[in-house]
Design a protein around this ligand. Structure first.
Ligand code: DGP
Length: 113
């Protein structure tokens, strides 16, 4: 059982978002605190708290999220980008509804902080 998050409220339309893409499995919208010129979040409609809680039955959903991430990056005109999934607060996760960050539009350094 996962806890209610701000992303559940966005999925229900209770909080506005700058929507980029939507289908039966996921929603994508611009991050409210962008870290780069393009910063989009791809979230499943299913409320999985983080990748730690993902299970084998989520396999096709996780693949779908990655493919949607790449489709969106290309639609945004990106030739290179970074996809990030933070798992756990020490890794930088603040919203406990699994999400993929799609970040691009500038040079991205490695290693990350
Ligand atoms: P993370 O730190 O990996 O859990 O990423 C959560 C991201 O969610 C963070 O970059 C900010 C973004 N965020 C938090 N609340 C909202 C919101 O209400 N709307 C939008 N568009 N983004 C949000």
């Amino acid at each position: 059982m996962s806890e209610e998050t701000i992303f559940s409220r966005i999925l229900r339309g209770e909080i506005d978002c700058d929507e980029i893409y939507s289908d039966e499995m996921c929603l994508a919208f611009r991050d409210i605190q962008p870290q780069a010129p393009v910063h989009i979040l791809v979230i499943p409609r299913k409320a999985i708290p983080s990748l730690r809680e993902a299970e084998i039955q989520d396999e096709s959903l996780l693949g779908h999220l990655l493919l949607v991430s790449a489709k969106i990056a290309k639609l945004e005109g990106l030739n290179h980008w970074r996809t990030v999934i933070n798992s756990g607060s020490e890794a930088g996760q603040t919203v406990f509804h699994l999400h993929i960050h799609v970040i691009g539009g500038r040079k991205l350094n490695w290693p990350p902080g």
